[in-house]
Design a protein around this ligand. Structure first.
Ligand code: GTP
Ligand code: MG
Ligand code: ZN
Length: 379
């Protein structure tokens, strides 16, 4: 597959054209490679799917959608791909050539019922396209899903929803101005992220309107805890280069309240992403949920991002109660010194955590966050 000039691709605007071009691409015969070693609906085998890394720019219209190397169908018409978006029950799967709308094999839906969604954005899947008509709602059927690492989970009502899978790190975006900076919310995102085995990175956006330098102490706090924390502005460009560097070669989910500027940040990092951003609405002081579904996108320079929709409240019921303390890194060294092995660090006497708070070794803010999360779960 001949590589084309990447710069050339970047000079073109995206839009509806992207999809049209992919449909045209279909005409390409692509059944040369031997994938028989991956045959069969076996999850262990599916796990051996080639690791998706390289972004091969194949010309002007494919940059946004080309997320895996060339990956022709095997003799049975099965292909490997990555789920780039979910539209209801339809998974949009990119096999490196084009995006295929796929349904999920019933057996797979049943097997993964506990997880609520058997397939989510970022999943590596094997799907069959044989005997499926072109241009209909679904053109393929997902047969297997590779084991996941790094998941972003959220609870919708009473059901667990995996927003994104195979994520290495999450940029937790908060903002100064509107919406206002809420450290407690950052702590909640950190706990949720660590629970999913994803590395959190804290980002405080809209620093161009930070007249009182509100971001600085918050950034300092998280840096002290050992987290990467950056200040950004899509208006004056602060921190954008640093953010771009952080995304390089990784799969990064971008999470945070609606209106903090997640999509704006991604557009600043890579203008070709051309994501929809919200309008400024001063009256309501609330985000408008401009991004409505998570989608996986390659960023120029290498790496992938999952832009996620903001949520109003962030439910932590996916995290077992006893696990919460483990996600407050600074608690770790003190916990063994609590008098009671099952100390919850709330009402107990001789609690090393409370003592550390008194002595200023754990901040009030972090301790309050912990207590709030615990109380909420016990209510
Ligand atoms: N002042 C200022 N405004 C910004 C900045 N970044 C984004 N905004 C504005 O914030 C608003 C929300 O931006 P979005 O990028 O849509 O926010 P989002 O986090 O993607 O929101 P959802 O998709 O609803 O979750 C828009 O009006 C942006 O113009 C910034 O650095 N400074
Ligand atoms: Mg958005
Ligand atoms: Zn304790």
């Amino acid at each position: 597959m001949a590589k084309k000039d990447k710069g050339k691709g970047k000079s073109h605007k995206h839009g509806e054209k992207v999809r049209v071009a992919f449909r045209r691409n279909r005409a390409k015969p692509a059944r040369t490679k031997d994938w028989t070693h991956l045959e069969g609906p076996n999850e262990d085998q599916a796990d051996a799917l080639p690791h998706v890394e390289s972004v091969v720019a194949k010309g002007d219209l494919s940059r946004k959608r080309t997320i895996i190397h060339q990956n022709p169908a095997d003799a049975k018409g099965d292909r490997d791909g990555v789920v780039v978006a979910m539209r209801g029950l339809i998974a949009e799967v990119d096999d490196g050539e084009r995006v295929w709308p796929c349904t999920v094999r019933r057996i797979l839906r049943t097997r993964k019922i506990a997880e609520r969604n058997p397939v989510t954005v970022g999943d590596r899947v094997r799907f069959s396209t044989e005997g499926v008509a072109e241009g209909v709602v679904s053109e393929g059927v997902i047969e297997t899903v590779a084991d996941r690492h790094g998941v972003i989970t959220r609870v919708a009502g009473r059901r667990m929803h995996v927003v994104a899978a195979n994520v290495d790190q999450a940029i937790i975006v908060a903002s100064v101005g509107i919406p206002a900076l809420k450290a407690h919310l950052i702590d909640r995102y950190i706990v949720a992220t660590l629970h999913g085995e994803v590395t959190p990175i804290i980002c405080i956006n809209k620093t161009d309107v930070d007249e009182t330098d509100e971001a600085a102490p918050v950034l300092a706090l998280y840096r002290d805890l050992g987290y990467r924390a950056l200040a950004t502005s899509t208006v004056n460009g602060a921190g954008i280069d640093e953010l771009r560097e952080l995304l390089h070669g990784k799969c990064t989910a971008v999470a945070g309240q609606s209106g903090v500027g997640k999509s704006s940040l991604l557009n600043a990092v890579d203008p070709n992403l051309n994501l929809r951003v919200g309008e400024v609405i001063e009256e309501t002081l609330k985000g408008r949920h401009t991004t409505t579904t998570a989608q996986l996108l390659p960023v120029s320079g290498g790496g992938y991002v999952v832009d996620t929709p903001g949520v109003k409240s962030f439910d932590l019921s996916a995290v077992p109660l006893g696990e919460i303390e483990a996600h407050f890194v600074e608690f770790g060294e003190h916990i063994p010194n609590c008098r009671f092995a099952d100390c919850t660090h709330t009402h107990e006497t001789n609690c090393a955590i409370k003592q550390a708070v008194d002595e200023g070794n754990i901040t009030e803010q972090r301790y309050d966050s912990y207590v709030r999360m615990l109380q909420e779960r016990m209510a």
